[in-house]
Design a protein around this ligand. Sequence first.
Ligand SMILES: Cc1ncc(COP(=O)(O)O)c(C=O)c1O
Length: 402
Amino acid sequence: MMATGTKSAHILEALRDEQPDQLLALIDDYRRDAREDKIDLGVGVYRDEAGETPVLDAVKAAERRILETQSSKSYLGSEGDPTFTAAVTRLALGAGLASDARVTGVQTPGGTGALRLAAEVAARGDCGRVWLGEPSWPNHAPIFSAAGLPVVAFRSVDPGSGRFDLAVALEALSEARLGDCALLQASCHNPTGADPDVDQWREIGRLLAQRGVLPILDLAYQGLGDGIEQDARGLRAVLEETGQALIAYSCNKNFGLYRERVGALIGVAAGPSAAARLKANMLVLTRALWSMPPDHGAAVVRTILSDPALESCWLRELSMMRERLRSIRRTVAAGHPLLEPIGRQRGLFSMLPITPVQVVELRTRHGIHAAPSGRANLAGLSRTNVERFLRSLEAVVEQRQW
Ligand SMILES: Cc1ncc(COP(=O)(O)O)c(C=O)c1O
């Protein structure tokens, strides 16, 4: 019989208490709210006019094809599906660079897996510090800290204008040293929607190259800002300057595959042998992290990207998502001068110009659920609820501020 109250279980007793993840707690808060006209601006998924996050037609068609043709579920190996990785590498880098022998990569469980693998690669390469523009996705710093890397935060967005603050970013990054990394969001910045323009990206790239800093570019929303090519321009400008980078790619937003956990870590190294060494290191690390990535979502993406009809169906659906986001942004921006920055920001997220107390008031009095930081997922708005959102926002903000 198993002994109870054994004295040897020190480890479990020694664990610290932890608070639940704030963003995940939003899902529960929203679910518990019984008001029929509640609005969800918290959870980071795309929603259509009806408030749904549907499976894309291109995804459904690819899934049907996989169901009919897949003949084995035997292991694929630690690198996952190389055809998938090559296809997303073409999306990120363009066909020319993607086929260069300096470029390598492996499939990962989502963008999160790609970031964690990037952090482990950086740690193996004796990375000194990781420079991270703030505010950022709240999981960025913990992922890199979990790999034992010190994270140095710097302000990258001017809260007043809601614009990327190049001068402040350059000043901070000029303190970076040879062997440091800079973790940068390539487009549709989460949580501010404020991206550098291509010239600013080029300046950042030039500075990183001068300082010997490796860029780690997080591309989690390609196509949801200005378009597939447009959203990769900044990343490619950085690469032209630095010649080397790690790119954490997520297909979970632009293919609407969220729970399928689809992503890749792409590496651009100094030359073919450095790329081969990088890949070998990625594979050793992968084996110890998750052994092999899940297949289904990547098989869906690979099927879509290798069939011109399915690819154009996906591109049409992606452009509908993008246009809806842009149209909501225009409506919100026209709703009040203080909301004007939202019109020129990109992607799903922007910061509402309100305090944490006002965020709580928005939720408790008006049933509008935003993240505690004031981050709003604009996809939670539609033609039917945007007016109510604007009036509620006005009501929670003191008159003098409006
Ligand atoms: C900026 C950013 N990077 C990476 C991710 C990771 O996404 P996933 O792991 O679902 O691919 C997210 C998800 O919200 C994100 O916002």
